[in-house]
Design a protein around this ligand. Structure first.
Ligand code: CAA
Length: 387
């Protein structure tokens, strides 16, 4: 039985900062951010968008089209959790009016979280072939104003429907995993922004990529040239470019050009949105599917990395006709609707979001129908839809 991704939903907030504006405000040559880091824009979540509301908005995008009675599992992966106890997935379940027989919970291992959810969903569907699973990755990457990591922030969510005989891609059996207790990036309970040893984190990411890619190739007996595309967790697009250059280093010119082209296709959304932690790899997937010209049944290699650190390399095959399932028009609309903030406005929005007011009813400037965080009542988070 083939199991994989049948639907992809995507969401990113309605505000962004342009990287040239940010560079000039920080006294940096814009080419450092545009070329050296490889980012064009960065999504900014105001106080009314959090991991939960973004996850609802991403899932809502395909939810009306599916057989909701068959959803047996709902997993929410995030490192921007809104509660130490209650799962973010329960807010999503309520907003979408999903039936109560679903098994639902939240999981965490930095940016690896959505891959962990996807693999758990695959195993679930293998045992329950008539059921489906929804897995959501949703995050706001925050390092703080005027920090080296500032340029690698972002916000957004990707939601996937996993089922037997999927219409977008099938996951292949086998994977190579690698983990080590490493302090490259973390967010302690008393901090609203991530702490990071930036240079060390990029070094560990590349080491883990080399290890997992080599182990996967050895296990499968596949060469780099057998892949139709290689995609990566993209904390910023230059990071993935470095990994891709390692992967193709020993290949002939044709393979190098082909896999550079597919990598370029996979980074387009990330350049516009920034880092969305758990969902970044799956935003690369969406971007690849929308921007690359891939053969039916093409083999895609996926590298997932979560700081701390846990990495996994796995692969999938495209399903013929996958293009019809992509949320292209919606996603273009999401990017086109965004308001460009000045750096001063971004700093204000950023600071306000970090200091969420208690027991205040918030209103949203989002479009009609979008979900948003409306404040707390008796310490209970409220989520509403824009009327
Ligand atoms: N024109 C073109 N390029 C320029 C330039 C210019 N004028 N000026 C500098 N550059 C280049 C540099 O040469 C460098 O390129 P290389 O990486 O190829 O050497 C690049 O721009 C970045 O320059 P620096 O290394 O000097 O940048 P920095 O000290 O400001 O830090 C960073 C960069 C470490 C990525 C920092 O932004 C950071 O800490 N980010 C957060 C951590 C992160 O994203 N780590 C990634 C792996 S961890 C992970 O994957 C989990 C996760 O999601 C967080």
């Amino acid at each position: 039985m083939q199991i994989g991704i049948d639907k992809i939903g995507f969401f990113t907030p309605n505000k962004y900062v342009d990287m040239t504006d940010l560079a000039l405000a920080r006294g940096v040559d814009p080419n450092k951010f545009l070329i050296g880091i490889g980012q064009r824009k960065m999504a900014v979540a105001d106080v009314t968008q959090d991991a939960v509301s973004m996850g609802i908005n991403a899932t809502k995008q395909y939810f009306a089209e599916i057989d909701q009675s068959k959803v047996g599992l709902l997993i929410f992966a995030t490192e921007s959790s809104v509660d130490q106890s209650k799962s973010a997935s329960l807010f999503v379940k309520k907003a979408l009016n999903l039936h109560p027989q679903v098994r639902t919970f939240e999981i965490k291992e930095a940016c690896f979280g959505l891959t962990a959810a996807l693999m758990t969903a695959r195993d679930y569907v293998r045992v329950h072939p008539h059921h489906t699973a929804i897995v959501i990755g949703s995050d706001i990457a925050r390092y703080g104003l005027n920090t080296p990591g500032e340029v690698t922030q972002g916000a957004g969510s990707v939601s996937l429907l996993v089922k037997a005989n999927p219409s977008i891609l099938t996951l292949n059996e086998g994977h190579s995993a690698y983990s080590e207790d490493i302090d490259d990036f973390w967010r302690p309970n008393d901090s609203k922004v991530a702490l990071v040893d930036g240079k060390y984190s990029t070094q560990v990411y590349l080491e883990f990529f080399k290890k997992t890619f080599a182990a996967y190739q050895a296990e499968k007996g596949w060469m780099t040239r057998d892949f139709g595309a290689l995609i990566y967790h993209l904390p910023y697009t230059k990071m993935g470019l470095k990994a891709n250059n390692i992967a193709i280093a020993d290949e002939d010119k044709n393979v190098q050009e082909r896999l550079t082209e597919t990598f370029t296709a996979s980074k387009q959304l990330s350049m516009e949105v920034g880092n969305i932690y758990t969902a970044s790899l799956y935003m690369s997937l969406l971007s690849l599917l929308e921007h690359a010209d891939l053969e039916a049944n093409a083999l895609i290699g996926l590298f997932s990395y979560g700081s701390g650190a846990m990495a996994e390399f796995f692969s999938a095959n495209l399903v013929d006709g996958y293009q019809k399932q992509l949320p292209l028009a919606w996603q273009e609309h999401l990017l086109n609707r965004r308001q460009r903030l000045s750096v001063a406005e971004y700093e204000e929005v950023f600071t306000a979001a970090l200091n969420e007011p208690a027991e205040v009813e918030l209103t949203s400037d989002e479009e009609r129908g979008m979900w948003y965080f409306a404040g707390t009542k008796n310490h209970i988070r409220q989520y509403c839809q824009v009327k």
